[in-house]
Design a protein around this ligand. Structure first.
Ligand code: BGC
Length: 737
């Protein structure tokens, strides 16, 4: 890359929080045939050439394992060039220098670096001559109009501030980590307009967008120089209807904008917010709600999956799952987009991954993140609990760091692309080789830190009363959870290894030993719902039907309620259905009371909540500290709806052949799933009629259709089946949604 010839530059004496704008002025000279700009920085940047924004990548260069991989963007800027040119690139903290971020580790020197830029402009003239404009000390730099910026802070802007340019200083910073852009760019997506503007009981002026979203506010207004617009963000209102921000914790998440004279338009340039409500804390005279709107941001990804049903509450749940994916697939898969976290939690990533691959084409998105996971993996094999890694973080225990095996395997299942396995195989092997080095028991994974069945509901009231941190984990045995995930990771390495023609005999023997050790140690202690679910899901019990029946009884005995947390919930409905208890799976899905998937919907949720009772029936909050309203983990139920309720399953990786085995329930009149697989559109629809269930199935590949336990194999085409009989067939296919 040309950028290797450029120098890193910075602003002399600038504090790490300063947001400088770097400038280069140059003349176009002879007519230019093409002009390409390569650029990156230690933060996030916005490049503007002759007053026009370069590209539409928001928050470039994105978030990667920076010390090893820093993406460089290349833009064609031919159309932006003129005779006299001014290139301005503003650099803000972004994810690199996370001002006010907790837990990043004070030993992390990156937190205190000043803003730095590296760029190279390549001009090719009509006569074939070339010119290179590289960042060096001929560039100038000034403080920009952005006076404070941070992913968690938001943005402070002073449009009355006049630039004062001085020469930039060349600085020493690595270039061996520079790589071409890999991930899909983050782009502006839909625009959302306010649906209400009102005063709260406390007298606050609040604007409601009707949808919890990730993005920013955009406004256009007429103002006097020095007038201010200050905006705060919130996901929910409290029981009294007042603006509520405590769940953002230390994330200030505000915009403070000092106006210049006249008409002006602004949107934050170096941050993003998770919000449904805005509070206008201060505004220019005459400002009205229709002068502000919201723009949604997420990584570019094509929608591939749709769910629909006769039940409006279910449809709202499906919408909430999609919105939580959009809100948390912003360059990396995050736990939540609003509070002072927004990290690439490996556990949450793997929990939701299956649903995510069905709703959107996330191949490129995960290709980049998995490359960061490889870069972050330690030499001895441990995988950090968040990716990109943070210095203060630990190895993730069972179900978290196992993302290193689970996610590539899932991507292979959905897309049939073997490169996900070949790219990750060494990292997977290193991971399962690491576990025995830290475990206290042979052929199990015991005695290590883990988050357990995070947020499960089965801990007795007095469990771990001293530490709230531990009380959030439910009652499942940590060693059992870790050992079950160890078995699963070894199993995935075996399956991947076979596909890649590796010698996996030692792992096969290891897996048998883990299974035996698991039965010996935990076979008689499968007490909690999650413990049972894991033993079933990872095939670690020798009496699966009896265990599944016991799980069903346990759920019924506590009032048809789930008690599982992040670890058990994604598999719960699958295991119930697999062993003949789909009626209970449906009951859990349709449950409108806490805990149930439709409870949050009944409380007006427009995204998935972190807690089943983020807002309690009496309107109070679960907690201020850990209460995200845009947390996709429990949205993982989406894959049960696709693959079991509507029955769309890959019979071969990538749906090269399909299996469609719907399990309808009369409490829902009709339901459909559409999946644009890499082999074409698959659709499964069922409807209860007066005389029985009508099924409509479209498939682009040979498919085994299983209805009421009866199987038939069909070629590609569209089928209508009724009362177990095929009543219509259209081999040409019918691709209507
Ligand atoms: C995150 C979770 C994450 C967890 C680890 C939380 O703060 O929001 O979703 O997996 O930490 O237990």
């Amino acid at each position: 890359m040309l950028i290797q010839n450029a120098s890193w530059i910075t602003m002399e004496g600038a504090a790490s929080t300063a947001v400088p704008v770097f400038r280069k002025q140059f003349t176009g000279g002879k007519p230019v045939r093409s002009a390409a700009l390569e650029v990156t920085c230690d933060g996030v940047y916005e490049a503007v050439l002759n007053g026009r924004r370069v590209g539409d990548f928001i928050l470039a260069p994105g978030w990667t394992e920076y010390r090893r991989r820093l993406q460089v963007q290349s833009y064609d800027v031919t159309d932006l060039l003129g005779e006299d040119n001014t290139l301005e690139i503003t650099v803000a903290n972004g994810w690199f220098r996370r001002t006010n971020a907790p837990w990043t580790g004070t030993e992390n020197p990156d937190e205190f670096l000043p803003a730095m830029l590296i760029a190279a402009l390549h001009l090719i003239r009509d006569d074939g001559s070339e010119e290179f404009i590289l960042t060096d000390d001929t560039w100038e730099v000034s403080e920009s109009t952005v006076t404070l910026s941070g992913i968690f802070i938001g943005e402070d802007v002073d449009m009355t501030r006049m630039p004062c340019f001085e020469p930039a200083r060349i600085c020493d910073f690595p270039k061996d980590n520079l790589i071409p852009q890999e991930g899909p760019e983050v782009h502006e997506q839909e625009t959302v307009f306010p649906c209400a503007s009102f005063r709260t009981p406390r007298g606050e002026w609040v604007i409601d967008f009707g949808q919890n979203l990730t993005g920013y506010m955009v406004f256009e207004t007429e103002a006097r120089a020095g007038e201010k617009l200050s905006v705060s963000t919130a996901e929910v209102l409290d029981r009294e209807g007042n603006f509520y921000t405590a769940n953002y914790r230390s994330a200030r998440s505000q915009l403070h904008y000092i106006c210049r004279e006249g008409r002006q338009y602004y949107k934050p340039r170096f941050t993003f917010f998770g919000f449904r409500y805005l509070r206008i804390d201060e505004a220019p005279e005459g400002f009205t709600a229709d002068q502000i709107h919201a723009v949604v941001l997420h990584s570019e990804m094509k929608r591939t999956g749709w769910l629909n049903s006769s039940d409006p509450m279910l449809n709202q749940l499906f919408s909430n799952i999609v919105w939580s994916q959009k809100g948390n697939y912003l360059d990396i898969p995050t736990d939540c987009p609003q509070r002072d976290e927004r990290y690439g939690w490996t556990g949450d990533g793997q929990i939701f991954c299956r649903t995510a691959t069905l709703q959107y084409d996330v191949r490129q998105f995960f290709r980049k993140w998995l490359a960061d996971m490889r870069a972050a993996q330690h030499d001895n094999g441990w995988v950090p609990e968040v990716i990109p890694s943070l210095t203060a973080y630990k190895p993730g225990g069972g179900a978290w760091s196992d993302a290193v095996t689970i996610i590539p395997w899932q991507l292979y299942q959905t897309y049939g692309d073997i490169s996900f396995l070949s790219d990750m195989y060494d990292a997977m092997e290193k991971w399962i080789e690491y576990i025995p080095t830290v475990s206290t028991a042979k052929d199990l994974w015991t005695g290590c830190w883990t988050y357990g069945d995070w947020l499960a509901l089965d801990a007795p009231e007095d469990y771990h009363p001293a530490t709230i941190e531990l009380a959030k984990r439910g009652y499942s045995n940590d060693d059992l959870i870790c050992s079950a995930f160890y078995a699963n990771s070894v199993h995935i390495v075996i399956m991947a290894g076979r596909i890649l023609h590796r010698d996996v005999r030692a792992y096969e023997a290891l897996h048998s030993r883990i299974t035996a050790a698991f039965r010996e140690r935990f076979g008689g202690q499968l007490n909690t719902q999650t413990e049972k679910v894991l033993a079933l899901h990872f095939n670690l019990t020798d009496q699966p039907q009896a265990l599944a029946d016991a799980l069903a009884d346990q759920i019924l005995a506590c009032g048809t309620k789930l008690q599982t947390g992040l670890v058990g919930t994604p598999y719960l409905l699958h295991e119930l259905s697999r062993y003949g208890h789909s009626d209970i799976a449906w009951s859990l899905l349709l449950r409108k009371e806490y805990p149930g998937w439709l409870y949050s919907v009944s409380k007006g949720a427009t995204t998935m909540w972190e807690h089943w009772d983020g807002i309690k029936p009496d309107g109070t909050f679960w907690d201020d500290d850990m209460n995200s309203y845009n947390h996709y983990a429990y949205g993982s139920v989406g894959d049960w709806v696709f693959s079991t309720a509507c029955g769309i399953q890959p019979a071969e990786p990538g749906f090269a052949r399909a299996r469609i085995a719907p399990q309808p329930d009369p409490r829902v009149k009709h339901m459909s799933a559409v999946l644009d697989s890499v082999h074409g559109r698959i659709r499964s629809f069922w409807k209860y009629t007066g005389n029985g269930i009508r099924y409509e199935i479209d498939t682009p590949v040979q498919t085994e259709i299983v209805l009421d336990g009866q199987s038939r194999v069909v070629e590609k085409g569209s089928y209508v089946l009724f009362g177990g009989q095929e009543i219509r067939r259209n081999p040409a296919g019918n691709n209507a949604v």
